[in-house]
Design a protein around this ligand. Sequence first.
Ligand SMILES: Cc1cc2nc3c(=O)[nH]c(=O)nc-3n(C[C@H](O)[C@H](O)[C@H](O)COP(=O)(O)O)c2cc1C
Ligand SMILES: CCCCCCC(=O)C(=O)O
Length: 369
Amino acid sequence: MSQPICVNDFEPWAKNKLTKNAWDYYCSGATEEQTLQDNCAAFKRYRLRPYVLNDVSQVDTSSSVLGDTIEFPVCIASTAMNKLAHEGGEIAAAKAASSLGSGFMQSTVSTTSIEDIAEATPGSLKWMQLYIFKTREVTKNIVQRAEKCGYKALFVTVDTPILGRRYDDVRNHLQLPSHLKLANFQSQKMSKGIQGVDGSGIEEFATKYIDPALQWKDILWLKSISKLPVVLKGIITAEMAQKAVEHKVDGIVVSNHGARQLDGVPATIDALPEIVKAVNGKCDVFLDGGVRTGTDVLKAVAMGAKAVFVGRPVLWGLAYDGENGVKSVLSILRDEFKMSMQLMGCRSVKELQEGKNLVVPQTFYPSNL
Ligand SMILES: Cc1cc2nc3c(=O)[nH]c(=O)nc-3n(C[C@H](O)[C@H](O)[C@H](O)COP(=O)(O)O)c2cc1C
Ligand SMILES: CCCCCCC(=O)C(=O)O
């Protein structure tokens, strides 16, 4: 295999390096994986209409997340158990993001604790992803520690009242190797809770601890226990986006959880326009799912996302070469995004978002109808 030069080049390297247990967990989507295919494929159903002769010798790739500046609009999405990919785990990923002026979203189900990540990455931009557990005190404890450690927002995952079925994890009896633990939980039972007794260990863990009775009022509860901005991760319809705005959230991530929850939902780039329209500027909108190239980033940003988040590509980078591997993945996306801005004749994210018909569905062209 030759050295990776684009994000997809990292995937076979990762497959080669990881155990079957870890690889299958990382790459799986839910059930038949229709949405998994579509998350990437859908980006290709949008076409670009460049401006020419528009001096692009200087371009500004920066954007912002909830008011904090990022050097380019690509950040790291929360993914569980990063030490399955590389011993450096979440700290390696967070350091990579920080060194490039991007941001890191930590999973609740991380193999490194909030405190250890915070200590290793002082002053860097980090957000805490949250699952809300049946025992609210577990969630409250995580919220309070994240706030104390300087995390800038809470990203509540709202698409996971139960875990989606990933066939290979059931077949493999997915479990966390005994030298690793879920580092944010204080009880031994939870930190060693991914066992794979009857099937997928992560599904068993979710069934045992995640609260399937979660409702909109719980978002108000969350807002009542923390001063941090609250973002809902996992919205893919205009109706739910409107409800989120009514609940005064600070942001929405248009996400289908990397196609790991409900198979058959739309690709996130297809869902983005209805959400941007429904939100009408009342909170930040972000997107994740299937972003693999600079033009994918550009399409999402031009269609109204302040930034995109990437999940699997970061895990591939970690598996390839720890912190340096993640840096390479993010740098490739940064450089490709900058190049595509220049080739589009756009000098800033503002110009990208204000330009008319820069990105169109491919049906804009009659031969694609
Ligand atoms: C292996 C893996 C673990 C994940 N773990 C979490 C998690 O702990 N919390 C969460 O909210 N989302 C989780 N996600 C979803 C990601 O945050 C994100 O929505 C998704 O990976 C984006 O799609 P992409 O992988 O195509 O970039 C996970 C995704 C993967 C692939
Ligand atoms: C809290 C238990 C479920 C964690 C699932 C991690 C995840 O989001 C994923 O595998 O996807």
